[in-house]
Design a protein around this ligand. Structure first.
Ligand code: GTP
Ligand code: MG
Ligand code: ZN
Length: 356
């Protein structure tokens, strides 16, 4: 089938298999651009569409589509709305623990190639950057650290050099969304058909970057010295934009807290520590006070930055705590289901006895 238009939206030839079993005559694939309370903006072969989610998405545990997802829609009556009937399997996705106390997963965006971790160069927070890197680890999404507002910092080049030393082997770019300097580094990392996602704290300049790339003021940005906006987000929902070069970029609201959901990403993004750990005497070494710990030794020798180790251990502890809470939740859920099943069987037997 000809899919040129869809390929521009990020459709891959191997996605065709995901359509098997669906009636191609009535249902067709489109990509989710944005989601609001009851409708979503979609893009497909016929251009942009407005959709509503089928009721089945609201039944328990079914994952809801997010920005970047591919879904199947069916044209509905004359209200101009398409009915979203199916969520197609994701190539990958970015997810975190929902903010607050609940131990639940929140998928932020799906089918992503590049993740831009944006920070204000004057407020660079390395542990936070490492957290974001852990989010990308293991997903096949290439992370790029973006230091924005370089127009405000005459020492930006030193900061980049210093950062490169602290997180070796990472892609780092410095730019200014205000002057446009260095912005090509963003554009060239999002070639036609590729999808990028901007993440980072509020006020880092994510929406300003989008506006610069688009050449207009599509996204609302916080006004400078607007103290009213302190602690609030200028951007409140996620949205996918089409870049002039044919790539796509998702703007997201700033995140106050970031807790990666998948522990697998952690070891991958701290590969240096993982490699050192192989030399520890105990395979289950926690790099705490165990004898012959290669990781702690490296930190003492200056081979490994103590700050990096500390951040790794903190993240590791947080992830372990989160996992234990998820396990606990699953255990409670199973108990509830088992009880329910036992009740159903009891009722069934009772009714059968009544009939007899
Ligand atoms: N000097 C300077 N200011 C910038 C630059 N980029 C963004 N700003 C300013 O920083 C403030 C925040 O920018 P936004 O683009 O709204 O930041 P954001 O990351 O989208 O923030 P949220 O939407 O709240 O997550 C605005 O006042 C921008 O004008 C830059 O490169 N240089
Ligand atoms: Mg914004
Ligand atoms: Zn150890």
């Amino acid at each position: 089938m000809m899919r040129e238009k869809l390929e521009k939206l990020g459709w891959r030839a191997d996605f065709e298999r995901r359509l098997e079993g669906h009636d191609a005559g009535s249902a067709f694939p489109v990509r989710v651009i944005s989601i609001s309370r009851d409708t979503c903006a979609l893009a497909g072969e016929a251009g942009e569409l407005k959709g509503v989610l089928s009721g089945k998405f609201y039944q328990d545990d079914k994952s809801l589509p997010v920005v970047g997802d591919w879904v199947l829609v069916r044209a509905t009556g004359d209200d101009g709305l398409s009915l979203v009937t199916e969520l197609l399997p994701r190539r990958n996705f970015l997810s975190r623990k929902t903010p607050g106390k609940r131990a639940a997963e929140q998928v932020m965006a799906a089918n992503i190639d590049v993740m831009f971790i944006v920070q204000d160069v004057l407020r660079l927070n390395v542990p936070l950057a490492e957290r974001y890197l852990a989010l990308a680890g293991g997903s096949g999404i290439s992370p790029v650290i973006v230091l924005n507002k370089c127009d405000l910092d005459s020492n930006a080049a030193d900061t980049v050099r210093d950062l490169a030393g602290r997180i070796p082997g990472r892609d780092i770019v410095a730019l200014s969304a205000l002057t446009g300097e260095g912005l090509d580094a963003i554009a060239c990392r999002v070639p036609a058909g590729a999808t990028a996602c901007l993440l980072g704290p509020s006020g880092a300049g994510k929406s300003s970057i989008v506006n610069r790339l688009l050449g207009n003021e599509r996204q609302r940005v916080a006004r400078v010295r607007d103290d009213d906006l302190k602690g609030r987000h200028a951007t409140t929902s996620r949205e996918l934009f089409f870049l002039p070069g044919g790539g796509m970029i998702i703007d997201t609201p700033g995140m106050r807290e970031l807790m990666p959901w998948d522990a697998a990403g952690l070891d991958e993004s701290f590969g240096d520590i993982d490699a050192l750990a192989a030399e520890c005497r105990y395979t289950d070494c926690r790099h705490d006070s165990e004898p012959k710990c290669a990781v702690r030794k490296a930190a003492e020798n200056g081979m490994l930055s103590p700050g990096r180790l500390e951040n790794y251990l903190r993240l590791k502890r947080e992830m372990a705590f989160l996992e234990s809470r998820v396990d606990e939740k699953a255990r409670m859920e199973k108990k509830r289901k088992d009880k329910e099943l036992a009740r159903l069987i009891r009722d069934y037997n009772r009714r059968r006895d009544d009939i007899k």
